[in-house]
Design a protein around this ligand. Structure first.
Ligand code: ADP
Length: 330
């Protein structure tokens, strides 16, 4: 397959074939855990020394060119991202390249599953119609379903609301050997909850730190975390809503409530920008994906997942001793 990469319009460096290290993610910036409880929990669960994020966390994150990695501690200018960027890639080339990335994911996932030591968590957040469902289908098609879990988070149930806000998310994190997908996530509790004023300000404000602690616990327990924000423009959302209204086969996807939510577009953008800024950490960086062009979105996310799995470098476990000499009895 010929590579028809042009220049990357978004200004990201790289030739599209290599691995881009997330910018500003120095391991020296790892914050100390906020409470001794987290240190103890991580230690107890994984036998991992506190502060050893490097071995399990962002050391493996490999964002594809065209994806913006939010630098920890730096206000992120969401409005400055070109949602229609396509990295100068050729659409037809990208379709074939996506197939190759999927094959890589499948092969690496088999090793991750066999190794059964670590896990990968893919978090997807976007405004309504942002493309979470389509991305998950396109990127994970062909991956062995046994090694993959997908959790979609809706309006919390009464039982969920009777617990701390992270309870329902923690219960769905991937076990060792698994790729876990969050279709919406714990970030809803600083997004829709904030925009709709579902809890007092002081409550959602305290959650950014709690989310960082939660993700740090996961990272120190052997989970590599990739958080994708699918960034579309307001015009693109209008086009997608109109397409759903016009196509009877897409009516099931159309929720009139989306039209109401659209009126809060600016408030959502502000809430997204704050979440990206406050919760991009060395152990769980936020990756902002220009998502108006579905083919570009799918390819760069698949490449990021494949490159990250490759950097994790999972290995098949050692074979039983002298396996070559074993004979299967009649
Ligand atoms: P999706 O849009 O993800 O395909 P739905 O149309 O069923 O799925 O929407 C799920 C809804 O659940 C969204 O409106 C979302 O804002 C809401 N939701 C998710 N998590 C929470 C939460 N923690 N608190 C309140 N609402 C939530």
């Amino acid at each position: 397959m010929s590579k028809k990469h042009g220049k990357h319009k978004s200004g990201q460096s790289g030739d599209g074939a290599g691995v881009t290290e997330p910018s500003g993610l120095s391991h020296g910036q790892v914050r100390p855990p906020s409470t001794s409880l987290w240190v103890h929990a991580a230690d107890e669960i994984a036998g991992v020394a506190p502060g050893s994020v490097e071995a399990h966390g962002s050391g493996a994150v490999a964002a594809a060119p065209g994806i913006a990695v939010v630098a920890p501690g730096t206000p992120f200018d969401l409005a400055g991202v070109d949602t229609a960027a396509d990295g100068g890639l050729d659409k037809d080339w990208t379709k074939e390249a996506l197939r190759e990335e999927r094959a890589r994911i499948d092969a690496l996932q088999e090793r991750l599953y066999a190794e059964r030591r670590r896990s990968l968590l893919l978090v997807f957040q976007a405004i309504d119609t942002g493309g979470k469902d389509g991305t998950i289908r396109a990127v994970l098609k062909g991956v062995n379903p046994q090694g993959c879990t997908v959790a979609s988070f809706k309006v919390p149930s009464a039982e969920e609301l009777d617990h701390d806000f992270l309870w329902r998310y923690h219960a769905r994190t991937p076990g060792r050997g698994m790729i876990g997908v969050f279709n919406r996530s714990h970030y809803e509790d600083v997004l829709v909850v904030r925009v709709k004023g579902l809890v007092p300000d002081a409550v959602w404000r305290a959650r950014y730190g709690l989310i960082n602690d939660f993700e740090r616990l996961l990272a120190e327990s052997g989970t590599t975390i990739l958080k994708f924000f699918l960034h579309i423009s307001k015009d693109e959302q209008r086009r997608r809503l109109e397409a759903r209204i016009a196509n009877p086969e897409k009516h099931w996807k159309f929720d009139p409530a989306d039209l109401v939510e659209r009126k809060s577009w600016d408030s959502y953008q502000e809430a997204f920008a704050d979440a990206l800024t406050r919760c991009s950490t060395p152990h769980a960086p936020w990756l902002v994906v220009p998502a108006d062009k579905k083919w570009f979105r799918n390819y760069v996310i698949a490449k990021t997942v494949a490159d990250t799995l490759a950097a994790m470098d999972p290995h098949f476990p050692d074979a039983a001793k002298d396996i070559a000499d074993l004979v299967v009895p009649d």
